[in-house]
Design a protein around this ligand. Structure first.
Ligand SMILES: [Zn+2]
Length: 190
């Protein structure tokens, strides 16, 4: 699969929500770079764009492996189709896949209001590094390195946290963390 020529196609995978135990597990290294991995990446991107979201980590679809996809650049425009219904037209895809990522350097700090497809309805400011260096493998298993800033850096940190079993509400103050944990557990119990 060539993600540079990404087309909006694939299968929708159900997204697991907090407090599903897979979201708090430390994910395992990816060792199999066979065709199944390419198919999974394609379906994860499709699921992410449809949600819509800007990032999706494998544990969020119940696969406890160290891999995430993201796109911080695409456009999403509301249009009226031929049948007169509102729909979304997505364009300018810039999909990225990070396999076995390791953050090797960080600098600066920034605060941004984050949300998560696995924690619906919660948006809170989280403190992150402004820039990160990340080493990772691509779909062919080749090692790559990237220096990311701003939105891309924030997204990489958020998704990388998922691989370590950390959901963004864990990064909030104790007061907010307790509040959201209680609230989400209660909602899940209904
Ligand atoms: Zn998330």
């Amino acid at each position: 699969m060539n993600i540079e020529n990404y087309k909006l196609e694939g299968s929708l995978i159900p997204i697991v929500t907090y407090p599903d135990p897979v979201l708090s597990a430390k994910a395992a290294e990816v060792t199999d770079f066979g065709p199944g991995l390419g198919k999974l990446v394609k379906d994860m991107l499709f699921t992410m764009y449809k949600a819509p979201g800007i990032g999706l980590a494998a544990p969020q679809i119940g696969q406890s492996i160290r891999m995430f996809v993201l796109d911080v650049d695409y456009d999403r425009e509301e249009v009226t189709n031929a049948a007169g219904r509102e729909e979304y037209r997505l364009s300018n895809f810039n999909p990225m896949v990070f396999i076995n990522p390791v953050i090797t350097g960080t600098s600066g700090t920034t605060v941004y209001e984050e949300g998560c497809l696995s924690v619906p309805g919660v948006y809170e400011e989280v403190k992150r590094f402004e820039s990160v260096n990340v080493k990772f493998q691509n779909l062919k298993g080749e090692f790559q390195e990237l220096e990311a800033h701003d939105m891309l850096a924030i997204c990489i940190q958020h998704e990388n946290d998922h691989l370590d079993g950390v959901v963004f509400i864990e990064r909030l103050s104790n007061l907010k963390k307790t509040f959201y944990k209680k609230k989400l557990l209660k909602e899940k119990g209904r």
